[in-house]
Design a protein around this ligand. Structure first.
Ligand code: AQP
Length: 340
């Protein structure tokens, strides 16, 4: 049941980090689907600023990025009355449960996390402890609400498995059946969007090149310029998707086109078979401007109204805490902490 009393298929938790400009990958891979999930699920959508600081964030920018992420959710169609929208640092229960989970999870489990290896790169010993223990905070984000489902892309599957392992070990260590085993929600419509400069790397907020991504606040000229400069190859477009094997940049642009148009990639290719990239990129630009235009306009409007966004986040934090705190009180009892 939602706090508005509506019956649902379950409770969802998901979030994005306020680490920079929200981009097309965040939208097509996550946020667009969150909006659709509101029909059937009780949804808790978070701007995960505690996760963001696992890599250094300029304190002069963090609050602005947090508001921008929240504005993206709102502009995309997250309804702050129906769903709960808040930023993580305003609900201290996340950090407290993460500590308890850090004491439940095993080093060996975290050592296997591929995202840490990717993000820490060669200088692993210089990475923050927060980056290493990131999955225990993610488990706390989900379980502090006893969420039943988490929409995940491929890159988060391993972390969700760890959340299930932590829930199971907590239950068995303390001899309780307390935390549910959360289910992944694999979304058919979720699209993995790759960098416009390198079709084998994912589009990312923290990529130093602005030309690697379409930011959701880009104006039409910028979108046109970025697609024009997007890396491609010298071959014409094939008639079907199998012809894009070993052509990651071309595959990425076709994937983006199909996702924005809500069409199959083979159907898109049928329209452009045999053509070079100039016409295709022009059509892609028109489509992106048409589909993203209203979202961008709403984000710009919300940027001029930070008081509204802050109010939504405060209200969301209050409602989130009202769910999390009784759960955390029970966890404290289970662990054996003295009551305050
Ligand atoms: N390129 C992408 N394609 C599809 N989905 C993506 N997501 C992110 N990038 C892509 C999805 O967006 C949600 C929020 O992501 P996040 O901000 O929590 O973290 P991230 O995956 O690390 O995103 P970035 O943009 O790459 O941030 P930085 O550069 O800070 O690491 C998630 O559901 C994610 O899968």
């Amino acid at each position: 049941m939602t706090d508005s009393g509506k019956k649902t298929l379950g409770r969802i938790f998901s979030g994005a980090q306020p680490t920079g400009d929200m981009h097309l990958g965040n939208y097509l891979g996550a946020i667009r689907n969150w909006v659709r999930l509101q029909e059937d699920y009780e949804c808790i959508y978070c701007v995960v600023d505690l996760h963001a600081i696992t890599t250094f964030q300029d304190p002069r920018l963090l609050a602005g990025h947090t508001r921008e992420a929240a504005a993206t959710y709102l502009a995309a169609g997250v309804d702050p009355k129906e769903s709960i929208l808040f930023n993580q640092s305003q609900v201290p229960a996340h950090a407290e449960l993460a500590w308890i989970f850090a004491c439940v999870a095993r080093m060996g489990w975290l050592n296997r996390m591929t995202q840490f290896k990717d993000k820490a790169g060669k200088h692993r010993e210089k990475a923050s402890i927060g980056l290493y223990s990131y999955p225990t905070l993610m488990a706390a984000d989900i379980l502090v609400y006893k969420a039943t489902h988490v929409p995940v892309g491929d890159d988060q599957k391993q972390h969700l498995e760890l959340t299930r392992d932590i829930a199971q070990k907590f239950n068995s260590d303390f001899g309780v059946e307390y935390f549910p085993l959360v289910e992944p929600l694999i979304l058919g419509g979720a699209t993995r969007v790759m960098s416009l400069r390198d079709g084998t790397a994912k589009m990312s907020k923290s990529d130093p090149s602005d030309y690697s991504r379409i930011s959701l606040t880009d104006d039409p000229d910028t979108i046109a310029r970025k697609f024009r400069k997007a890396r491609t190859d010298g071959e014409p477009l094939p008639g079907e998707i199998a012809g894009l094997k070993d052509r990651p940049e071309a595959l990425n642009l076709v994937t983006i086109f199909a996702a924005l148009a809500d069409r199959k990639r083979d159907d898109v290719l049928a329209d452009f078979a045999g053509q070079g990239f100039a016409d295709f990129k022009a059509a892609l630009t028109d489509l992106a401007v048409e589909k993203l235009g209203p979202l961008t306009a709403e984000m710009i409007r919300l940027k001029d109204d930070p008081g509204y966004v802050d109010g939504v986040l405060r209200d969301g934090a209050r409602r989130a805490a009202a769910i999390a705190e009784p759960i955390l009180r029970e966890v404290r009892d289970i662990v054996g902490f003295l009551r305050p």
